[in-house]
Design a protein around this ligand. Structure first.
Ligand SMILES: NC(=O)c1ccc[n+]([C@@H]2O[C@H](COP(=O)([O-])OP(=O)(O)OC[C@H]3O[C@@H](n4cnc5c(N)ncnc54)[C@H](OP(=O)(O)O)[C@@H]3O)[C@@H](O)[C@H]2O)c1
Length: 249
């Protein structure tokens, strides 16, 4: 039987307990990676994933912290890196997403979205990037959003945070080269938030070139591709959006 392509690679996935993150976790795990699942509130889902995937020879670790609390994050990541000795990969998937009509948006909402989606990613990559450079290399994948290039009026703080992610990745690609690659997967709608009106999904679907919504697996396969084949890819932003971006949004 052929060796699994990511065998022995230690990869941390933030927000990995459910939804798109859990599909990324399962897909990396199936390719042989030793996945570390980060969660915040979804302890039950994280433990369930751990139970269903862990093998004696191939354990699945979990780690929990609030990405809005940078000192807590630094402490937990520092402890994890000490315990595992070497992290090969990082997927920054966790995010918050909710509507913020411009004339109603509060400072608290702005801080929540920018802190979780952008500030925490910046400082997590600072800590993990340093570790990877010291250990000789690694791969970082940031999950952005097609809306980074198409500011959605009712979600401006969110789209600003994702535009920041794209910018951050290109900067990190320069800073962490040549040992560490940094790339972005930028999904279109793959798993709507609960309660999303069908009419909104239909509007998105019609704006894609492929006339379809995607699935979390499309995102997970792109993440795996970057871990398996990105030795000559860094600073790239890969749209996984059915052609929404090139269509003009
Ligand atoms: N779903 C889509 O169609 C779509 C489209 C475009 C882009 N994306 C991007 O793809 C990624 C995954 O999407 P998703 O819809 O699966 O995301 P999601 O369900 O909205 O959130 C993913 C996870 O982020 C974690 N999180 C939120 N706030 C946190 C905090 N303060 N500290 C630590 N963790 C926190 C949560 O973990 P806990 O549950 O453990 O608290 C949550 O399960 C996101 O970056 C999203 O922006 C998704």
């Amino acid at each position: 039987m052929a060796e699994k392509p990511l065998k022995g690679k230690r990869i941390l996935v933030t927000g990995g307990a459910k939804r798109v993150g859990a599909v990324i976790v399962r897909t990396l795990f199936e390719r042989g990676a030793e996945v570390i699942v980060h969660y915040h509130h979804s302890e039950a889902e994280a433990k369930e994933l751990q139970k269903s995937l862990s093998r004696r020879s191939h354990p699945l670790r979990v780690v929990s912290f609030d990405l809005a609390d940078i000192p807590e994050m630094r402490a937990k990541i520092g402890k994890l890196l000490e315990e595992i000795d070497h992290l090969d990969g990082l997927v920054c998937n966790a995010a918050v997403f909710f509507a913020t009509p411009f004339f109603q948006v509060t400072e608290e909402q702005w801080d929540c979205i920018l802190n979780v989606n952008l500030k925490s990613t910046f400082f997590l990559c600072q800590q993990v990037g340093k570790h990877m450079m010291e250990k000789g290399g690694g791969k970082i994948v940031l999950i952005s959003d097609v809306s980074a290039g198409h500011p959605w009026p009712a979600y401006l703080p969110y789209t600003i945070s994702k535009a920041g992610i794209n910018h951050l990745a290109r900067g990190l690609a320069k800073i962490l080269a040549p040992k560490v690659t940094v790339n972005v997967v930028a999904p279109g709608t793959v798993l709507p938030a609960e309660g999303t009106p069908k009419t909104d999904l239909e509007v998105y679907r019609k704006k894609t070139l492929l006339k379809t919504l995607g699935s979390p697996k499309d995102v997970a396969e792109s993440v795996c591709f970057l871990f398996e084949h990105s030795d000559f890819i860094t600073g790239a932003i890969i749209p996984v959006d059915g052609g929404y971006d090139v269509q003009g949004g």
